[in-house]
Design a protein around this ligand. Structure first.
Ligand SMILES: Cc1ncc(COP(=O)(O)O)c(C=O)c1O
Length: 457
């Protein structure tokens, strides 16, 4: 790499990026004297100065100190109001405190918060899950991480196989065995894992998304219990499936006796029932976390008729004892109340139509701004989930998605957008449109983005 290419990142001169980063950090601090006093030096009592270490990963000089959030807006303790397109990285995809969820929580608040027993709300949820997600048998957990863990356990139990297969660049929560990456074509433990002594590649195969030939070869030994994937990779830069990929994935997994776990935790942005319903995928196992209870920690995992009956047979034959699935606070009445309200009144066709409409507008607006500045960037979208990527596209796999990141540039754009009143996701340039998001907010974000590109390009 020579000096001139080194100085260009995502089509922008590095020196310009550095200048923007500096001036935007100054503007951020100037608008937040109270926040700086409260959290500028970290919050007392917490390791690393924050209650959860990810809070230090935002590119702002310190984490935004939230006072309140409602609908698609978030307000900090200095009274700066931000249009929220991050929405808790999908946990609040349906807006902050959707009124039906807030009402349900208030109603349940005086009736007990956890008792390890069902309630009327629980009985209402079962049929709704069947109807919306087209699978017959469900369980409730607390995080998508746990739901994935439990579903993978079922896959191993019913197939009697120990291996799983993931796609390079995947993320399914803190599920140890999915923490594998391809480096120069070889599987390795994901760099950065803390305290991981195991060679995770012993039981996890990994190929690139959209690579049907590699997938076929990896499944050929018939030792893989389960392929776990998002229908669209959303956890690096967004990678869409190429035409025919999902049909091939389903066909090859069936031929190999391998179960298919579709994790819709992010792609639920697609529409009612997620990408699986919209595109007719036929998963054996299905997972959804984050927004399924409107922001209250809850997740669901479902099984096809065949998987459930194999699992029931396995259970009848297995040694009695703890299955390794379940956590004490899972399936509590607060989750039931919030999930019922979400499924009945928030996750509706009408809300999805609004989200799709405005997300399309956002996609078009960002694309126009990128073209106007002649930048080698592109926009990718799955329903209400929109992302600008500071590299040419479309990206075909996780390897390309990883290489498409331009951390300094993305950080500069992120803070510049915050200073113009819009909050996008911290780890990549993701924006979500909620039922509460307005056209005005979308147009403002587009014009702020255009303005930031003016500064950069
Ligand atoms: C596709 C997918 N699955 C699972 C998870 C894990 O969710 P949680 O952190 O709520 O366990 C995430 C989190 O980003 C995700 O993107």
């Amino acid at each position: 790499m020579n000096a001139s290419t080194r100085a260009i990142q995502g089509g922008i001169e590095a020196a310009r990026i550095a200048r923007l980063r500096e001036s935007e950090a100054v503007a951020f601090l100037k608008a937040r004297p109270k926040s700086q006093a409260r959290i500028g030096n970290g919050a007392a009592g917490f390791f690393g100065g924050v209650p959860m270490h990810w809070m230090n990963d935002w590119p702002t000089p310190f984490p935004i100190m939230v006072d309140r959030a409602k609908g698609a807006a978030i307000t900090d303790i200095d009274d700066n109001r931000l249009d929220d397109f991050c929405l808790g990285d999908t946990g609040s995809m349906f807006g902050h405190s959707p009124p039906p969820v807030a009402r349900a929580l208030r109603r349940q608040a005086g009736r007990g918060l956890t008792y390890m027993l069902p309630s009327e709300d629980a009985l209402a949820i079962g049929p709704l899950l069947r109807e919306i997600f087209s699978l017959p048998h469900w369980q409730i957990a607390t995080t998508a991480t746990d739901a994935n863990r439990f579903a993978l356990r079922v896959a191993r139990a019913v197939t009697g196989r120990d291996k799983i297969l993931v796609f390079n660049g995947c993320y399914h929560g803190a599920v140890d065995e999915t923490m594998v990456r391809l480096k120069d074509g070889r599987p390795i433990n994901r760099p950065g894992l803390a305290g991981e002594f195991r060679d995770l590649t012993a039981r996890t195969k990994i190929v690139e998304f959209n690579d049907v030939t590699a997938l076929e070869a990896a499944l050929a030994d018939k030792d893989v219990a389960c392929v776990i994937t998002e229908p669209v990779l959303t956890n690096s830069c967004m990678v869409l499936p190429e035409p025919g990929f999902h049909a091939a994935l389903r066909d090859l997994t069936r031929k190999a006796g391998t179960l298919l776990l579709i994790d819709e935790t992010h792609t639920i942005s697609t529409g009612l029932g997620g990408y699986s319903r919209a595109c007719g995928l036929e998963p054996d196992l299905f997972v959804l976390g984050k927004p399924v209870a409107g922001g209250v920690p809850a997740s669901i995992w479902g099984m096809s008729e065949e998987t459930a009956s194999r699992y029931a047979a396995y259970n009848r034959a297995k040694q009695p004892g703890y299955s390794g699935m379940g956590t004490t606070l899972s399936a509590n009445p607060l989750q039931f109340a919030a999930m019922r309200a979400t499924l009945e009144e928030v996750m509706t066709e009408a809300n999805y139509a609004h989200m799709e409409n405005l997300a399309r507008r956002l996609d078009a607006g960002l694309s126009t701004a990128i073209d106007r500045h002649r930048l080698p960037w592109h926009v990718a979208r799955v329903g209400a989930r929109v992302e600008f990527i500071c590299a040419p596209g479309p990206l075909r796999n996780g390897g390309e998605a990883d290489a498409a990141h331009v951390p300094e540039l993305e950080a500069a754009v992120h803070v510049a957008l915050v200073n113009r009143g819009a909050l996008i996701a911290p780890f990549h340039n993701m924006m979500l449109v909620s039922p509460a998001t307005t056209r005005r907010q979308v147009d403002w974000l587009v014009s702020a983005f255009d303005n930031v590109l003016d500064q950069l390009a």
